[in-house]
Design a protein around this ligand. Structure first.
Ligand SMILES: [Mg+2]
Length: 439
């Protein structure tokens, strides 16, 4: 029996609950529910019209119910009278298979049955821009190598420290904040944890950053490539599998270092092999927008590097690869960007990792080269999709991801993303005019 939100509201003086959920495009939807009504909502869910969000539903569908998960409750540190709760979607008395949080929970359950508990940490980069979104917010932030720039970091201290203070208050254990590689770009890191907790926090982090930036007259964006000449917004994830008690890291090489010298267990290499095997199809989830493909496969930025992968490779502590092994017992997936759906991304790579383990997929030897300089010399390397259309088409055909995520989710996602591509394709750009007018 989960704890009563009504009782928590009384104890913690919460007047309203944001009963929230995330659709297939990662958009955060909510109803603001007064505490007096939360008891019924906790039992039956808050009602929504599914067609009104990015789920493949029609106006004729019955009510969609968002049932809040009390475990996910976050009391807003900057508005403590409000409690945010992540919810699971239900319809006709059944969980909605094509909803992202339900999909992640389903994968975690499968992993649990095999004795694996996935822990993750995410690095959500964002830009602080003007309210119109046309330029970065700080006109003095013009260094060509602005990463870790102390002056540019401290000019945004009011925003950055307020977000960090909130994370401290929430018990997330934040440990560093920095100015990232693009002008106007920042990253804030907090401790890794169980995958669902990290996903809920990831969703809330994006809401918190945007809200606090707005309070300061700014706008925060997680857009993968908001400015052509600058480094884009990645969303790297650090991943490891643990035993059921969460005390033993199953990705850690036991005894001496492994023969590849990266400190990973055979299980970790199988999981890594599973991700490499499905990577170009996973791009549809990890890089879910038209704009995403301008971050990967991008030309060099003004800072000297994009920091984004173009190819499907892995190595040790080398940031030019899609997968980096920065330390013993975990690896970092560097393909995801700021538009990736916190639940779907994790559900996607978990499916691929379980496939890697079930089918003993060998990732091959790590590629110890600078991929930005010498990538062309690695002849066996597979490229990532060049655009959203290619990614969606190959995702649609991937039997492993389809079997793992389910037809209902994959079909809905592919249909909606193809609509998105069609909308982009029918848009007439100034590039076409510039290059075709005198044809
Ligand atoms: Mg970063």
């Amino acid at each position: 029996m989960s704890e009563s939100l009504e009782a928590i509201a009384k104890k913690r003086k919460i007047q309203y609950f944001l009963v929230s959920w995330v659709d297939l495009f990662g958009n955060l939807r909510a109803k603001l529910v007064p505490s007096r009504a939360i008891n019924d909502m906790q039992r039956d869910g808050a009602g929504f019209a599914g067609f009104a969000a990015w789920l493949d539903m029609t106006p004729a569908y019955p009510d969609l119910f968002a049932v809040p998960d009390p475990e996910s409750l976050i009391q807003l540190p900057w508005q403590p009278e409000i409690g945010w709760v992540a919810s699971d979607l239900w319809m006709d008395g059944k969980p909605v298979e094509a909803s992202p949080r339900v999909a992640l929970k389903r994968q975690l359950e499968k992993a649990k049955k095999k004795g694996f508990r996935m822990k993750t940490g995410v690095e959500c980069e964002y830009h602080l821009v003007n309210p119109e979104g046309t330029d970065i917010a700080d006109p003095a932030d013009t260094e060509s190598k602005p990463c870790y720039d102390q002056m540019a970091l401290m000019r945004q201290y009011p925003v950055v420290s307020k977000i960090c203070d909130a994370m401290i208050k929430l018990g997330w254990n934040p440990y560093q904040n920095d100015h990232e590689d693009a002008n106007g770009q920042f990253e804030m890191n907090w401790d890794f944890d169980d995958a669902l907790k990290t996903a809920d926090r990831h969703v809330f982090f994006k809401y918190m950053v945007k809200s606090i930036a707005e309070e300061h007259g700014l706008r925060a964006t997680f857009m993968p490539k908001p400015f052509k000449h600058l480094t884009g917004n990645g969303c790297h994830a650090h991943v490891s599998f643990w035993n059921s008690t969460g005390k033993k890291n199953l990705f850690l090489a036991s005894g001496k270092k492994d023969k590849r010298g990266l400190g990973l267990s055979p299980l970790a290499y199988q999981a890594l092999g599973g991700i490499l095997h499905s990577a170009s199809d996973l791009a549809a989830i990890f890089n879910p927008t038209v704009n995403s493909y301008k971050r990967i496969n991008a030309p060099r930025t003004t800072s000297g590097a994009t920091w984004a992968p173009n190819t499907i490779t892995y190595a040790g502590n080398n940031r030019t690869h899609m997968i980096r092994v920065p330390d013993d017992g975990r690896f970092e997936l560097r393909l995801m960007d700021g538009a990736s759906n916190p639940y779907l991304s994790q559900a996607g790579f978990l499916v691929a990792m379980l496939d890697g383990i079930d089918n003993n997929r060998d990732p091959g030897e790590p590629t110890h080269v600078n991929m930005y300089e010498e990538g062309h010399k690695v002849k066996t390397t597979r490229r990532l999709p060049l655009n959203l259309l290619d990614a969606i088409r190959s995702f649609d055909k991937n039997k492993i991801l389809r079997a793992g995520l389910g037809d209902e989710l994959v079909d809905a996602y592919v249909k909606l993303k193809l609509q998105s591509w069609d909308s982009y394709a029918s848009h007439l750009s100034s590039w076409e005019r510039d290059n075709t007018l005198d044809c």
